[in-house]
Design a protein around this ligand. Structure first.
Ligand code: FNR
Length: 179
């Protein structure tokens, strides 16, 4: 079994990225155990917290420390990824010297109602994450465009469902290969 944690970058009502995450969980191969890691409750990190690291942040880090790989399912905000996602990733690298994402296999996926399906936000994640030591999966890319027309009450259209299944197959293989 491979344990894959997933972070959803949106808690908005009817979130497209929550729908995408649900699809990815549904389409994950049987050997992948999918674990949701919530981030909504996390306070905004600042360095004064290092001396007395908040328990909620320590607990969240402990959850991430228990997974073999981490999947970010995130919207795009103003051509980038949401501040909540940056905060959640920053916390994983703090207190100073306590970065727990070095060597962690990481995948990125996202959905947007627009034409480019979070591709700009994904590019920015791809820029700053590798220097932190994560093992980032390069391909396939999963950026779901026109997502309002894609998701249904119980899943997604056929093409997106197929893409989600092959993404999860590839990511599970990637995580297994880097453990
Ligand atoms: C957006 N949205 C958006 N979409 C996009 O494709 N490119 C962008 O740059 C932005 N910018 C942006 C900024 C802010 C502050 C918000 C709130 C929204 C639209 C966004 O893709 C849309 O709201 C999605 O539905 C967000 O995903 P969730 O929350 O439904 O998962």
């Amino acid at each position: 079994m491979v344990r894959i944690g997933y972070i959803i970058g949106s808690t908005a009502e009817g979130s497209l990225n929550q729908k995408l995450a649900r699809l990815l969980v549904d389409q994950a191969p049987e050997r992948a155990e999918m674990v949701h890691i919530p981030i909504r409750h996390l306070p905004l990190y600042h360095r004064d917290m290092d001396d007395d690291f908040p328990q909620v942040m320590a607990d969240y880090k402990a959850q991430v420390a228990e997974v073999d790989g981490l999947l970010l399912v995130s919207p795009e905000h103003n051509q980038s990824f949401p501040a909540a996602v940056k905060n959640a990733l920053d916390i994983l690298t703090r207190p100073q010297g306590k970065n727990i994402i070095g060597g962690l296999p990481l995948g990125i996926a996202g959905a947007s109602p627009g034409r480019f399906g979070t591709i700009n936000g994904q590019s920015q994640l791809r820029q700053f994450l590798p220097p932190l030591g994560v093992k980032l999966m390069g391909s396939p890319v999963l950026a779901v465009h026109a997502a309002k027309e894609t998701f249904t009450d119980d899943g997604a259209d056929e093409q997106t469902t197929r893409r989600a299944a092959s993404y999860m197959e590839a990511f599970t293989e990637f995580v297994a290969g880097h453990r």
